[in-house]
Structure formats: C-alpha cells, structure tokens
Design a protein around this ligand. Structure first.
Ligand SMILES: NC(=O)c1ccc[n+]([C@@H]2O[C@H](COP(=O)([O-])OP(=O)(O)OC[C@H]3O[C@@H](n4cnc5c(N)ncnc54)[C@H](O)[C@@H]3O)[C@@H](O)[C@H]2O)c1
Length: 287
C-alpha cells in the first residue's frame, strides 16, 4: 500500500548541501515534521545558518511571515545519525554519484517501513537506473528541484520504469504543498531542463577554452540578451563540481556523444577545489 498525500506527516531530507537545505526549509514551511541529515556535522551547521538567512531575507521582502519562521524553528531538526532517518516521505539530495545514492537508498529501505516514499533530487541519473536493486522500486521516483529551491518554482517529477502511478501522485502533491509547480517528465538522462541547459554551460566553457572571450565577457553578453545569469555565474551558484558531475554523468548516459563531452577547464576547477560560491571561489571570488 502506498501512503496517500494526506497520510504524510514526516519528511526526511538526505544531504544538507546547496539543495538539501532549501528542500528541508520548504518541507518545514509546508507543515511537515522535517529531519535534515548529512554525513558532515559542519554541513548541517552551514545549512542551519543558510536557512535562517533565507528566512530572514524572505521576511524582509514580505514573502515569509514571522509565524512561518517560528514554524520552521519548531518542525525542522538536523542529525548526523542515519538510523534516525525514519519518515513517511524522503528526498535524497546527496552528491551526484550513483553509487553513493544507491548506498543511501539501501540503508533507507532497511530502516523504514515499506510504505515510505523515497525520492531523488538527482539532476541527471535516470530514475529507472537508480531504482534497480531497490526492494520497493514502485515507491521510488524523481523529485527534481531547481536552485535555489526555496525560490525556483519548478519541480520535475520523474516516473521511472518501476514507479507506481500512486507514487507520482504523492510526489506531485508534495511539490504543490511546498508551493512549487510540478511538471511530469519522462525518465531520460538530464530529464528536460538539464539536457537543454547542458549546452548553455558547455558551449560557454568551449568559448573559454578557445580564448574567444573571458568569463565576465561571456556572462555579460548572455545577461545582456536577457538571461538572468550568465553561464559561469550560474555554474558558481550550482556548484562547479556538481555541474561537472552532471555533465560527466550525461556524457556516459549518451554513450559518449561529443556534444556532452565534459570540459577540461571545468575539471581543473573541480580538482583545485574551486567549486563556486560554496567554496568561496569558482569562476569568481566570493566573500
Ligand atoms: N546544485 C544544484 O544547482 C542542483 C540543482 C538540482 C539538483 N541538484 C542535485 O542535488 C543533489 C545534491 O546537489 P548539491 O548541489 O546540493 O550538492 P552539494 O555538494 O552542495 O551537497 C551534497 C551534500 O551531500 C552530503 N553527502 C555526501 N555523501 C553523503 C551521504 N552518503 N549521506 C548523506 N549526505 C552525504 C555532503 O556532505 C554535502 O553536504 C545532486 O544529485 C545534484 O545533482 C543540484
């Protein structure tokens, strides 16, 4: 039996990085008892500070009420104890690595009741591939938020080969409860948005490699024609490492088609720890 949306009381979010923290904030704001987990205690500290900052900013803009801030304070807890991750609905947001994600799912299935719905916020790994080997693949689906999750409205809801229609329904209702606009997409590497957007990043990186223009020039040009952020500014926001992992994963999934070939320059940034805003430096430097 799959839980219906009305039966969902508790939410767990696995991974408290760029995405997990925002997703946990949304779940608590929607009234769910929420547990945010990470392997690193420092990541949870950073997440807590980032959530407080985001809520305060929202309050100043009149988008978040003091009651909502109080509610998040009451409903949101953090933990480094994976055994505590028992919930009705789980969103996984750990690094974009199928082996790490699969190990997390195996553990989650072992400690949760069979009805629990498990979702992945993966940007690129097909949901059907992630569900292989799960005990209850029918209760597993894709819930792909966009960065920053507390601001961006879209959520891609992905039905894998084994995902039950009832699971898709609950994921859709959960996205709505979090104030998002869920759009159902089929299971393909990168789904829709990341597949199209890949070339926004990759072509900009190729221009840089060829010396056609530098980082601020490329960003400035793209922003001048109406893009909210140029490709490099956006990669810094996403995480240069995460963006590179997504490209690498899609390159593999598309049987090494040249159009998805990862960039050597980006690899160098990743290797050097220049991961963008979260590390203080990427294509730009941050305070
Ligand atoms: N960054 C984006 O713009 C974006 C947008 C949509 C989806 N995503 C996807 O969301 C997921 C997370 O991306 P992110 O940008 O938040 O990454 P991130 O690097 O900012 O955070 C990942 C977090 O996962 C933690 N972690 C690593 N292994 C873990 C484990 N075994 N158990 C628990 N926590 C673990 C790390 O300590 C870190 O805090 C990825 O699948 C990514 O593709 C990212």
């Amino acid at each position: 039996m799959t839980l219906s949306f009305d039966e969902i009381r508790t939410v767990a979010v696995v991974g408290a990085g760029t995405m997990g923290r925002g997703i946990a904030q949304l779940a608590a704001m929607a009234g769910f008892q929420t547990l945010l987990y990470d392997v690193e205690a420092a990541a949870l500290e950073r997440a807590t500070a980032a959530i407080q900052k985001a809520l305060e900013k929202g309050r100043q803009r009149g988008k978040v009420s003091p009651q909502q801030i109080e509610q998040v304070g009451k409903l949101l807890r953090t933990t480094t104890d994976i055994e505590a991750l028992q919930a009705d609905f789980i969103v996984e947001a750990v690094i974009e690595d199928p082996d790490v994600k699969k190990a997390v799912f195996e553990k989650l299935e072992a400690i949760n009741r069979p009805e629990t719905i498990i979702t992945s916020n993966t940007s690129s790994i097909p949901i059907s591939a992630l569900s292989r080997g799960l005990r209850r693949p029918e209760r597993f689906g894709g819930m792909h938020f966009f960065n920053p999750p507390h601001i961006m409205k879209l959520v891609e809801v992905v039905r894998g080969a084994h995902t039950a229609a009832s699971t898709v329904q609950v994921i859709t209702r959960m996205a709505e409860a979090m104030g998002k606009t869920p759009i159902a997409v089929k299971d393909a590497p990168g789904f829709v948005v990341n597949r199209v957007a890949r070339h926004f990043y990759l072509e900009a990186l190729r221009l840089l490699e060829e010396g056609v223009a530098d980082v601020p020039t490329i960003d400035g040009l793209m922003e001048n024609v109406g893009f909210r952020m140029g490709p490099f500014r956006l990669m810094d926001l996403i995480g240069v490492d995460t963006n590179h992992s997504v490209t690498t994963s899609m390159f593999r999934a598309f049987f090494y088609e040249d159009r998805f070939r990862p960039s050597r320059i980006q690899q160098q940034y990743v290797d050097a720890g220049l991961h963008g805003r979260k590390s203080g430096r990427g294509f730009y430097t941050y305070e």
